[in-house]
Design a protein around this ligand. Structure first.
Ligand SMILES: *Cc1c(COP(=O)(O)O)cnc(C)c1O
Length: 385
């Protein structure tokens, strides 16, 4: 059976070039980057060359890149690191209601330790209002954290505007850019961010590897203590193979970013058009203009997203409902609820995220399969028409 993967916001396959770059670091070049002999130096050189490459993708300096185990850790290090270091200055953090759990749960933990968090709402199409953000700033605000693009609905936030506000008020500005790095431009100076989280497995690199950009002069406390690796900000023997893979993935992404974004935008718009033509009582969630090229999030009335997902899976198609992390739970997606959807409308949603392997033929097949699935479940449902 034909298999079509359209869940690239959950994870991506490791690109062949990335795997090839990583392999020697599991065998011949196995050294510990902290060792002083030639085995160690070989690993150390690979580590520093990788740092340069990741920095280049972000328009940053190599010294500003801290390697971590992924997006979740980078988000934790940003929030907890700034909070711990700046707690004498203030206890207030501003974020949004549609962040990834790596941000939301970290904020909830910080609240338990006495920090105060403002969760900004979003508009019906999923966008944060910079004026509302500015109004939420207090004298004791130490950090603003707003994601670059949302993992469920793909909306791209006005980071430049927010960055200007943060800079004017002299408040640290973090962004979770896990969904944008490698897909669209993420130049840290253009965006005006002080901290930026990224994760390799979301752009054809390996799982369990990521990085945090920390602008020079930004003061944060470490949350993992030990041998003082990564400028003391993240102790632990470096995952050299993973980091080499991350760097190769970064290079690869920057080579094809523009053409791939254009191609995916066409596929996305084709899929939206086909599905909305074939299926009544359906719509796309989130902004259509400020949106990732790869993302579509549909709501279908009178059906369960779960049933659609399983039907599509039986046809070899991999998609998701809500986000991969919350899809095992029965609660409606916090992101869709924040957009103003009713719980039952959230349950009838499907996230489709395309990537390098997808073609126009795939789009046509998926559109036809979705139409078939919705028709079938509506006809057997008491609510159906
Ligand atoms: C996937 C994701 C994360 C978590 O990254 P991991 O590397 O899987 O820990 C964080 N934020 C966003 C927006 C994501 O999509």
């Amino acid at each position: 059976m034909k298999r079509i993967y359209m869940d690239h916001s959950a994870t991506t396959p490791v690109a062949p070039e990335v795997l090839e770059a990583m392999l020697p670091f599991f065998s011949l070049k196995f050294g510990n980057a902290s060792s002083l002999h030639s085995f160690g130096l070989e690993a150390k050189e690979a580590l520093e060359a990788s740092r340069e490459k990741v920095a280049k993708l972000l328009g940053a300096n190599a010294e500003e890149i801290i390697f971590t185990s992924g997006g979740t850790e980078s988000d934790n290090l940003s929030l907890k690191g700034i909070a711990l270091r700046s707690r004498e200055k203030g206890k207030h953090i501003i974020t949004t209601v549609i962040e990834h759990p790596a941000i939301l749960e970290t904020c909830r933990k910080l609240q338990k330790y006495g920090f105060e968090v403002t969760y900004l709402p979003v508009s019906a199409d999923g966008l944060v209002d910079p004026a509302a953000l500015e109004a939420a700033i207090r004298k004791d605000t130490i950090l603003i954290s707003v994601m670059h693009a949302n993992n469920e609905v793909g909306t791209i936030q006005p980071l430049q505007e927010i960055g200007k506000i943060a800079a004017e008020k002299d408040i640290y500005f973090h962004t979770d850019a896990v969904q944008t790095v490698g897909k669209i431009e993420t130049n840290v100076n253009d965006l005006g961010v002080d901290l930026l989280s990224l994760s390799a497995h979301k752009f054809y690199g390996p799982k369990g590897t990521g990085a945090l950009y920390v602008r020079k002069g930004t003061k944060l406390e470490s949350i993992v203590q030990g041998g003082g690796h990564e400028r003391g900000l993240r102790s632990g023997t470096e995952n050299v193979a993973g980091i080499v893979g991350l760097a190769r993935a970064a290079d690869l992404a920057s080579e094809i970013m523009a053409s791939e974004a254009e191609r995916l935008t066409d596929l996305r718009d084709r899929l939206a058009k086909l599905v909305l033509e074939k299926v009544k009582d359906a719509w796309v969630n989130g902004s259509m203009t400020k949106r990732l090229p790869s993302n579509l999030n549909f709501s279908f009335k009178y059906v369960e997203g779960e049933s659609l997902l399983l039907f599509l899976d039986s046809k070899g198609i991999g998609v998701s409902t809500g986000s991969a992390c919350s899809s095992k739970k029965l609660e409606p997606s916090h992101v869709l609820l924040s957009l103003g959807l009713k719980p039952e409308e959230c349950h009838g949603s499907l996230r489709i995220t395309m990537g390098r392997s997808n073609s126009e033929d795939d789009v046509d097949y998926v559109a036809a399969s979705i139409a078939e699935a919705v028709a079938r479940f509506r006809s057997i449902s008491a609510l159906g028409r």
